[in-house]
Design a binder for this molecule. Structure first.
Ligand SMILES: NC(=O)C1=CN([C@@H]2O[C@H](COP(=O)(O)OP(=O)(O)OC[C@H]3O[C@@H](n4cnc5c(N)ncnc54)[C@H](O)[C@@H]3O)[C@@H](O)[C@H]2O)C=CC1
Ligand SMILES: CC(C)CC(=O)C(=O)O
Ligand SMILES: [Mg+2]
Length: 354
């Protein structure tokens, strides 16, 4: 099969881990006789430096012409003092909105061999396997106004959602639960927020259409606690944008590192964008030590969701697991034994297992 892929490496460790994903995809193309072509464009800080905007129109135009997009990460201290329209993160939010990538699927799966990489007790996290379904194009990150008052003494951020936006992500989560262990936890703050009250209502309205799915509601503060004390009580979690952002970074602790968590950002009928859950990790950028696994597993999600290449996606996932089982780890994984490797060495070891 012939597929065109747009690469958006972005900033920090983004270009380093995108190189790893491309190497893996080239090996898959060779093994399964596919033809993957790669185009590259700018986003984030790199785009601000080159084109004075975090999301050039060429990038969006290119994204609309390909079969899928792979994104590294954006941001870094170089741009932290920029006005908000010239922040790298604006580019990421804007591409999500422009492509209507409303559904962010973040699988969290612990590897047995990495149990001691987590600060949590092995008997609690053993077998962790859950999916966070995060709404990605609404809520606080997109609401207007979002600004400081003229005298600098007050601020406003706005949380808006339409019924339509809530309904489509909630349906997506029910469908995801049907394909897994048929258990859905809806996370909100319905004891305080009007948006969460509507969210809960919609979950209850949708429930009868998915009789095979067991549903419960949980307040986000309690969910944050349960996620690391009883992770195996979850199957699919559905929640709004900011709660999902925070809970997924927290959930990465179950796997031993934020560098292990992939994601798929999906539209209703359109292109998919695949990106690790982590950011640009400026503290380790340029050192060649970033963990490429979140990015590589995101590429596997691209094969599965956008290209319907299940066997190829499983091949990547099994190669990652085999490499971990062989004892290779990057510096972010605080394991006690094994072989510490660089980004390139980890990638080459995974390649050997493809
Ligand atoms: N999707 C994106 O592009 C995101 C961008 N950001 C941006 O990234 C920049 C840095 O933000 P932080 O809060 O530091 O979050 P971060 O996710 O970049 O890093 C948090 C910690 O995790 C480590 N880490 C993350 N990914 C890693 C990997 N693959 N391998 C090894 N270690 C890894 C980092 O070294 C750091 O210690 C900021 O500008 C932020 O706005 C943050 C989150 C998501
Ligand atoms: C710009 C941020 C919302 C990115 C982020 O933290 C994420 O998507 O996880
Ligand atoms: Mg985040």
């Amino acid at each position: 099969m012939k597929k065109d892929i747009l690469l958006l490496p972005g900033d920090g460790i983004g270009p380093e881990i995108i190189d790893s994903a491309v190497a893996i995809l080239e090996a898959i193309a060779k093994k399964f006789k596919h033809e993957f072509t790669f185009k590259q464009h700018l986003i984030g800080g790199a785009a601000i430096d080159a084109a004075s905007t975090p999301l050039p129109t060429e990038t969006i135009a290119a994204a609309k012409k390909v079969d899928a997009v792979l994104l590294g990460a954006v941001g870094g201290p170089k741009w932290d003092q920029n006005p908000s329209h010239l922040r790298p993160e604006r580019g990421l939010l804007a591409i999500r909105k422009a492509l209507d990538l409303y559904a962010n699927l973040r699988p969290v799966k612990g590897f047995e061999h990495l149990l001691d990489a987590s600060p949590l007790k092995p008997d609690i996290i053993n077998g962790s396997d859950l999916l966070i379904v995060r709404e990605l194009t609404g809520g606080l990150y997109f609401g207007e106004p979002s600004q400081r008052s003229k005298d600098g003494q007050s601020v406003v951020d706005t949380l808006t959602y339409t019924r339509y936006e809530m309904e489509r992500i909630i349906k997506k989560a029910f469908e995801s639960a049907q394909l897994r262990k048929q258990k859905l936890t809806s996370v909100d703050k319905a004891n305080v927020l009007e948006s969460s009250k509507l969210w809960r209502e919609i979950v209850d309205q949708q429930k009868p259409f998915y009789p095979d799915v067991e549903v419960n509601h949980m307040l986000v503060d309690a969910a944050a606690m349960k996620l690391i004390t009883e992770p195996n009580s979850f199957d699919v979690i559905v929640t709004e944008n900011m709660f999902g952002d925070i809970l997924s970074d927290e959930a990465s602790v179950l796997t031993g590192s934020l560098g292990m968590l992939p994601s798929a950002s999906l539209a209703e009928n359109g292109i998919g964008l695949y990106e690790p859950a982590h950011g640009s990790a400026p503290d380790i950028a340029g050192q060649g030590i970033a963990n490429p696994i979140a990015m590589i597993l995101s590429a596997a999600m691209m094969l599965r969701y956008s290209f319907k290449m299940d066997t190829e996606a499983s091949n990547i996932e099994q190669a990652v697991e085999a490499t971990i089982n062989n004892g290779y780890y990057t510096a972010d994984l605080k394991v006690k034994t094994g072989s510490l490797v660089t980004t390139k060495e980890m990638t080459n070891n995974i390649l050997r297992n493809i």
